[in-house]
Every structure is written in C-alpha cells, then in structure tokens.
Design a protein around this ligand. Structure first.
Ligand code: BGC
Length: 756
C-alpha cells in the first residue's frame, strides 16, 4: 500500500479524525478511500477483547480468553525464551480475534512496593525489564500483530496518575526509568508505544516532544506510532507537535476539530498531521496485509502453556530442612481459601475473563489432601471455627501448606497500596498453623512484596505471584516436585516498607512526586546501604544445588568502545535436574559519580542434569560500565577498574573478576578563578600547566624536599597535610592569601591558554 499517496487523497478533516480512535478500541475507517478500521485490545498477559459496552477498567465483560501469569510472575522466570512463547501464543490469539495490537507489555519500574500496578510490571531493575519486554514483543510480533509497550514514561504510581508530575533528574531517568523502553525499542521494535497519563518534570507525557520525538524516535529509532493512554490527552495540538499520533479512546470529534482549526490558523504544520497519519496507517496496513483470521486459538493447549509458564515463574524463597518437595504418599493439609479459589490476576484493564481456572485443590486430585478453608476473603476474616478447623487439619497432616496472599482489593490499577501487610487474618492463620505443625509451608499469591512477620516460624515459602488461570497446576507440580522451581525474584522483598528507598517521597505532595532517591532504586539502594532485606533481588532456591566457578574475562583491560566476554561454569551439584539463573553484575570500583555497588548486566537460565556443567558466555559493552553523564548528555565510562560478579542472586555472588576500562571520551573541561586544585590536579594537562605554581605554594606551606625543609616546618605540616588542605582551595584563594598582581595576571594567562 502506498500510504503517502493515500494520505494525499485525504481531506484535512479526515486526517485530523484519524488521529483519534473511533471508539474504545478501534482506529477510524475512512470508507471513501477504503481505509479499514483496526482494533486494539488489552493486554498484556492475555486478551481482554470487549465487543460492546466497552470500558477500560475491566468492569464490563470481555470475551473468554486465556489468562497467562502476570508480569510480576513472568519476569521472575528470568526466561526470555519462555516469555517469548507466551508472546507467540498471545499473538496467535490476536490473529484469531482480528486484533492488530495487544496493549502491552507494561514495563514501568517498581520504584516502590506500593504501586497498585506492580503486579503487571516486570521489575525494579531496568536491564531485566528491558530484556524480558523485548523477548515478549518479539514473540507477539512474530505473529504479525503489534504490541504497545506502556506506559511511557515514569508512571510508577497510581496515586493521581492522570495529573501528577514525576520529577526526576536526567541521570535517573536515563539509567533507571528509560532503559526498559529503550532496550525493547532497539531489540524488538514494538509496533506502537503507549505514552503515560502522568506529567514528567512539568510536561505531560503526551505533549512531551523530548520524550516522544527526540529520545524515542531520533535517539532510539522507534518507527511505529505512539498512542495515548486511555483519556491521557490534555492539549491535542501540543500532542501532535510532540509526536503523539493516536489519541485513545475517542475524542468525540472535539480534538479533531481543534487539530483542523490549528492548521487553518497556521498554528500547526499540516505536515505533522500527515506524519501522524502515515505512522498510524503504516501499522494499520501492516496488520491488514498480514491478517490471518483463520489462525486457530487452541485454548486448552494455551492453558497447559500457562501452567508450564507459571511453574517456571514460582520462586522458592525458603526451604529449611528440604521440607519441599512434598511426598505424594503423605497426607498433606491445604489450608486457605486461595487453595480452592486462587487469586491469579490483578484488577483493572488487564483483567482477563478466563475460560477456565485450575486451583491447587483441583490439580491435587488423587493425592492425600485434606482441605480447610481457613479464611474467607469476601468476609475479610477468619472465624474461630475456621481457625480451629485449620489447626485440626494441620495437626493431622505430615505437612501443612497455607495458601495466603493479597485479596483483589489490596492491589489494583487505579490506586496504590498503603502498606505491605497481608490481611491480618492471614498472618494470624499462618502463625496458628505453624504452631500446630512445625512442618508448615506457605504458598503466596500476590502481585507485589509483603512483609512476613512469621518468616522464621515456617519451613518453606513458595512465592507463586499472580500465576494466571492455571496457577493451581503449577503450584501442585512445584510443591510435589514434578517441576523443580527455578524462578528468581525480579524485585527485593524489604523487611519492612519503611526500608524502601522511595518511602519518604512516594506519592508526593499534591501533583508533584520527586524521585529523590535518584538511581538508588531497589537493590541498588539496599546494597549500597548494606541493609538486611527479607529476600534479595535475584534470590530463588531450587530442589537441587548449583555451583558457579571459573569466571574468566576475555581481556583484563579494554577501551569503552570494545566489548569483553565473561564466561562462567555452572554445575548442578545436586541429585535432580534443575534450572539455574546465572546473574552477572558489574560494579565500578572507584568513581567520581555516586554509583550503586553493583548492577545487573547479564542473566541466563540454563537447565542442568545432576552432575552436568555448562559454560555460559556473557558479552559486556560500553553500556555495561557506563553512567549517564549530565555534562555531555550521553553515556560515559570513567576510566578505571570494574568488578564483574556472577552468581545466583544479588547477594550470592561467588565468582568475581576485575578489568580496567579506558574511556575514549574526553569530558569538556573549563577552568576559571573558582576552579579548585583537586579538579586541576586530576586533569593531567591542567596539572602540568599549574605545576610550578603548586610547587611554589607547597614551599610556602613548608613543603618541598625534606632536606630543604626546616625541622619546625616538617613538624607543623607534612606534604600530605598540605596537599589535603590545598585541594579544595579555588585558584582565587591562593591569590588572596599572599598573591600579587603579577601572579594574578600569570594565572589568568594560564587559564586562557588552558581553556583555548
Ligand atoms: C490503562 C492502560 C490500558 C488502557 C486500555 C488504561 O486505563 O492505563 O494500561 O491499556 O486503559 O484499557
């Protein structure tokens, strides 16, 4: 299709009209020109296709579909291939349902455990979120339907989500809040990007030219169209100028008229409207020309895939005395309503109308299970009878498994949590069961971390997250050892909420949220502060054991333009087959920038038979070592030594190697009378120029060679002391302490020649 020729035939009104949706889920058709409508749908972990009575918060019903594990779970798989497979399945479903774009993945960074949508989001770590998002997008798009990575950008809370300004510095945005989007764009080229509701440093995301044009398109090379989040548009004309192509859902013609008027009044270049239409139509036709509505949608097969995926995502947090896996011959108590009615997805726009669900109780049919309800979520309590029944069941069983987690109302799109507790009745139930039976295991179904006051009283904890409609199958498979757990935490579980770095500022004041913790999000903060956490980022146990060894780097010194490879051996030292998640972290040994101790820069999941060893190779490049430098507005590696650590979690890194990276970029420097000696001396050129002057001053301080120094001077002040005192002195200071006119002229001349 010659899109440009098509646009040339469109009236201004038709073009303006194309820049907003026809209704909740469709782009506009222009019948006169044979332009078809195209449909988009939520997303991300299944289809929420609505036919009529559309709404965006999941209140009205959508078609029956398959609910895969939510983002909180899939990211914990650390398995790019697996999330890619889920993407392929969703892509097939889209083709079957004639959907051009699925609205996801949702990749906003988990700045605080409180964000109501953390269950949809992937991680507190931008590298992990980016790689997993790219794999999902490549999976969906391999089926010739598009994705809409969302919510671009800095949409890390639900509180005042449509009005609040997320205020962060440039480096924090570049290092923490952008890379998930950046990696996805560079490695998977999503067909569309959804810009967020919120304001960023005072400018609405949907009107933000820097965001949507300069960074997303010019820097990262995004080729598709940008759509607004539903109802995010504030000033439509500013949006067109900024590169926000499609307003969703519909503007009811109001904003279309504003676009037309702005063009007629000469306030908006019609070319920008053409450009938005071209981007939208490129995608509309990309789908139309590759539509395969006869693609089968085998929901039963996808249910099995959802079960397999959920099992890969589960994180075994604790397994004292190898309480798990359970023995199929033993009598096991399943306690808690969630064993029968699991919570497996979150609320809001991602809510799927599952064609079926399988609970753990159903999946365990045929095993020796006794069940006690323990609590009722609807009644929001545990009655005395329920507690007594639970204790009785626990006492009669070899092992008691309590199913707990967060009820729907605790976390959802649209609002944030206010605390990190489980319902009090669940904590109480766990304590009572653990007292009745020392062999107690807790299974959690929740979308974000919770505090665990009972952590020391139970032997096993399995974090099941929101595992999708087949979560029960996965839970039973993991509990009884048919699947060896291999999920690892994509977020830190702090001991308590107030330990979290964003605690003081999360939610902000009025319409302003300052990201004052800067780059110290999640483990970047806890590690730097050497704080104890409940479970660290990257943590996850297995029924077997792994040993990491022989970390080798391909070079001990590189330039920042080179790459270096790291190889490491992983051995399964236990008795079962299992999957290890090798994680590689890079740290800057010494830096003028204030940096985290270590940052994830590589991960790989590998399956190993007992006794088997595999070698894993990681490639590190400039970005693995760089920080965002606000002086040059670019990535910059400061020359120096770096550590490379590999292991099974951010706090279990047995292998360590070092290398030196040399910068090929010279930072621009400028000196004046206010420049201090420390900065002058750290620049070889400036240090050489000022050396005679520095020597002279040192003499004045009583410095110089020991023979020259008087005994009294040596006693009063050593060279080191002199230097230490001198280093913060500005040039002008030396002149005011006993300088002269000639000396000042001399310094000025030196400065001029240096700056030139
Ligand atoms: C959500 C988006 C969603 C859209 C359409 C919005 O409220 O923020 O994530 O895709 O609605 O349902």
């Amino acid at each position: 299709m010659d899109i440009k020729a098509l646009i040339a035939q469109m009236t201004l009104e038709e073009k303006a009209g194309l820049c907003s949706g026809a209704d909740f889920w469709h782009t506009k058709a222009i019948e006169r020109l044979g332009i078809p409508a195209s449909m988009v749908s939520d997303g991300p972990h299944g289809l929420r296709k609505q036919d009529d009575k559309a709404d965006h918060l999941g209140v009205n019903d959508s078609i029956k579909a398959v609910c895969f594990p939510a983002g909180c779970a899939t990211s914990a798989s650390f398995d790019k291939e697996l999330i890619g497979k889920v993407g392929q399945a969703i892509g097939d479903s889209c083709q079957h349902e004639k959907l051009s774009v699925v609205l996801g993945p949702a990749v906003n960074i988990k700045r605080s455990p409180l964000c109501g949508r953390n269950f949809e989001y992937l991680s507190e770590d931008p590298y992990l979120a980016g790689k997993m998002a790219a794999a999902y997008i490549n999976g969906v798009q391999s089926r010739n339907v598009g994705t809409s990575i969302k919510h671009f950008a800095l949409n890390n809370q639900e509180h005042r989500r449509m009005s609040s300004s997320s205020d962060a510095d440039e480096r924090t945005i570049r290092e923490i809040y952008f890379p998930a989007f950046e990696t996805a764009v560079k490695e998977a080229q999503p067909w569309t990007v959804m810009c967020s509701y919120n304001v960023i440093n005072g400018v609405y995301a949907n009107e933000n030219k820097w965001l949507l044009n300069d960074v997303l398109r010019d820097e990262w090379g995004f080729k598709g169209y940008v759509m607004s989040d539903w109802g995010a548009v504030s000033d439509r004309v500013k949006g067109i100028i900024a590169g926000m192509d499609l307003e969703m859902p519909s503007s009811n013609g109001i904003n279309d008229e504003k676009i037309v008027a702005a063009v007629k009044e000469g306030k908006l270049d019609e070319k920008l409207v053409d450009q938005a239409c071209e981007r939208i139509l490129n995608i509309v036709y990309r789908y139309v020309e590759n539509a395969k509505p006869d693609t089968p949608w085998d929901m039963e097969a996808q249910h099995q895939l959802a079960a397999q995926c959920a099992a890969e995502c589960m994180v075994l947090l604790k397994n004292e005395e190898d309480i798990l896996p359970l023995n199929k011959q033993d009598t096991i108590a399943f306690i808690g309503e969630f064993a029968k009615t699991p919570r497996y997805q979150g609320g809001g726009s991602s809510h799927i109308n599952s064609f079926k669900t399988t609970s753990a109780l159903e999946a365990a049919e045929g095993l020796n299970i006794c069940f006690a309800e323990g609590y009722s979520v609807a009644a929001d309590c545990s009655t005395e009878e329920q507690l007594a029944e639970a204790v009785k069941a626990a006492k009669a069983a070899k092992v008691a498994v309590v199913f707990a987690g967060l009820p729907d109302s605790y976390e959802s799109e649209g609002y944030d949590r206010t605390h990190m507790h489980l319902p009090a009745y669940m904590d109480k139930l766990i304590e009572a069961v653990a007292e009745a039976n020392p062999n107690t295991v807790v299974v959690l179904y929740n979308g974000s971390p919770v505090e665990m006051p009972w952590v020391g009283k139970v032997k096993g904890i399995l974090e099941g997250y929101l595992g999708g409609q087949a979560v029960g199958i996965a839970t039973v498979n993991v509990l009884f050892g048919d699947v060896n757990p291999s999920g690892h935490l994509a977020e830190t579980f702090p001991l308590k909420l107030s330990d979290n770095p964003s605690y003081l500022y999360f939610g902000g004041e009025g319409n302003r949220t300052e990201y004052r913790e800067g780059v110290f999000v999640g483990y970047r903060y806890y590690d730097k502060k050497e704080m104890d956490v409940l479970f660290p980022f990257g943590h996850g146990l297995s029924y077997t054991t792994f040993e990491y060894s022989d970390l080798k780097l391909s070079a001990s010194e590189i330039k920042d333009t080179d790459t270096v490879t790291a190889t490491v051996k992983v051995t399964n030292t236990g008795k079962r087959a299992g999957k290890a998640v090798a994680q590689l972290y890079v740290g800057d040994v010494e830096s003028t920038a204030i940096r985290p101790v270590r940052e994830l820069k590589g991960f790989e999941k590998v399956e190993l038979q007992p006794g088997e060893t595999k070698e894993i190779t990681f490639t590190l490049d400039k970005r693995s070592f760089a920080t965002w430098n606000e002086q040059i507005h670019d990535w910059y590696v400061e020359t120096g030594d770096f550590t490379v650590e590999v292991g099974s979690s951010s706090r279990d890194l047995p292998c360590k190697a070092c290398l030196k990276v040399n910068s090929t970029v010279e930072l621009p420097r400028h000196y004046d009378m206010n420049s201090i000696f420390l900065d002058i001396m750290s620049d070889p050129k400036a240090a050489a120029a000022f050396k005679p002057m520095i020597d002279q001053i040192m003499q004045a301080f009583g410095g110089g060679s020991n023979e020259e120094k008087s005994e009294a001077a040596t006693e009063a002040i050593s060279d080191e002391m002199g230097m230490a005192m001198m280093k913060y002195m500005p040039l002008r200071g030396t002149l005011s302490f006993g300088g002269s006119k000639e000396a000042a002229l001399q310094v000025e001349a030196l400065l001029k020649s240096l700056n030139d």
